[in-house]
Design a protein around this ligand. Structure first.
Ligand code: PEP
Length: 248
C-alpha cells in the first residue's frame, strides 16, 4: 500500500481544517492508501478528534530538539504525542534553510521523536546549485549519515525517508523518472552500507516536490518508491481526494 503524506506547512486555521476534514472523510476509502495529514501544531488536537476511526493518521511538521521546559515557544515530542500525533516531519528543507537546522540538530530531533514513539518523516534533498554541480549523491549521503548517526537498525522501522529535491518544492519542476529511480537507488545503497542489505531494501522512501494530479500516476508507478509527500496539492480537499484516488 502506498504511503501518502500531506504537508500543510503553515496553512489553515482550525475552522479551515475542520471544513477540510469534513470534505475529505466521505471520499476516503480505508485500506487503499496509508494516509498521514501533517497539520500545524495548533490543529493537532481538533484534527485528532475529527479523524477518529477514519484510518487517517496524524502528524506534526516539526519537533523541538530539546526535551526540557526551557525552550520558550517550542513544542516537545511529549506534547506532540499527547495531542494524538503518530508522525513528525524532520529536516524539511524550509527548516534547514530558514531556521538553520543542521545535521546535528536533525539527529537530536530524530532521537527525541523516536523516544516519544513518533514515526519520523526524514526529508533530504539537494539544492539546484548542488544538482548542477553534480553533488546530489554526495549531499544525500551526508544528510542521511548525519541524520541517522547513532541509530540502531531496528529503529529504522520508524523512519520514513522523503526525498525532496529543494529545486522541486513548490516550483512545478520534478526530476525525470530515470533520474529519480537512480537517486532512490543511491539512498537505498547508503542505508545498505551503513546498516544492512535488509535495511536498505526495507526502508520506506517517498518522493516529494511538486506532486500534483497530473503527475502523481507517473511517480506512483516507479518501483522502489513507497509513496509521496505532497505539499501544495494537498491543500484543497477535493483535489487531494482525486490524487489519492489516482494513486490507489
Ligand atoms: C513540501 O513542502 O514538502 C512539498 C512537497 O511541497 P510541494 O508539494 O508543494 O512541492
Amino acid at each position: 500500500m502506498k504511503k501518502i503524506i500531506a504537508n500543510f506547512k503553515m496553512n489553515k486555521t482550525n475552522s479551515e481544517i475542520k471544513e477540510y476534514i469534513m470534505k475529505l472523510l466521505p471520499k476516503f476509502e480505508q485500506g487503499k492508501v496509508d494516509l498521514v495529514l501533517c497539520v500545524p501544531f495548533t490543529a493537532l488536537t481538533i484534527s485528532k478528534f475529527l479523524l477518529a476511526d477514519s484510518g487517517i493518521n496524524l502528524g506534526a511538521q516539526n519537533i523541538c530538539d530539546e526535551d526540557d521546559g526551557k525552550s520558550t515557544g517550542e513544542i516537545s515530542g511529549t506534547m506532540i504525542k499527547n495531542c494524538g500525533a503518530d508522525y513528525v516531519i524532520v529536516g524539511h528543507s524550509e527548516r534547514r534553510v530558514k531556521f538553520k537546522e543542521n545535521g546535528r540538530i536533525i539527529n537530536k530531533k530524530i532521537k527525541l521523536a523516536l523516544k516519544n514513539r513518533l514515526k519520523v518523516v526524514l526529508c533530504i534533498g539537494e539544492s539546484l546549485a548542488e544538482k548542477n554541480t553534480l553533488k546530489t549523491n554526495e549531499v544525500l549521503k551526508a544528510q542521511l549519515e548525519e541524520a541517522l548517526k547513532g541509530l540502531y537498525e531496528n529503529e529504522l522501522d520508524n523512519i520514513i525517508i522523503a526525498y525532496e529535491p529543494v529545486w522541486a518544492i513548490g516550483t512545478g519542476k520534478t526530476p525525470l523518472v530515470k533520474e529519480l529511480e537512480n537517486t532512490i537507488k543511491v539512498i537505498r545503497k547508503v542505508v545498505t552500507d551503513d546498516f544492512s542489505p535488509k535495511a536498505g531494501e526495507k526502508i520506506e522512501i517517498l518522493y516529494g516536490g511538486s506532486v500534483d494530479l497530473k503527475n502523481c500516476g507517473t511517480f506512483c508507478k516507479i518501483k522502489n518508491i513507497n509513496g509521496m509527500l505532497i505539499g501544495g496539492a494537498s491543500l484543497d480537499a477535493d483535489n487531494f481526494s482525486q490524487i489519492i484516488k489516482n494513486i490507489k
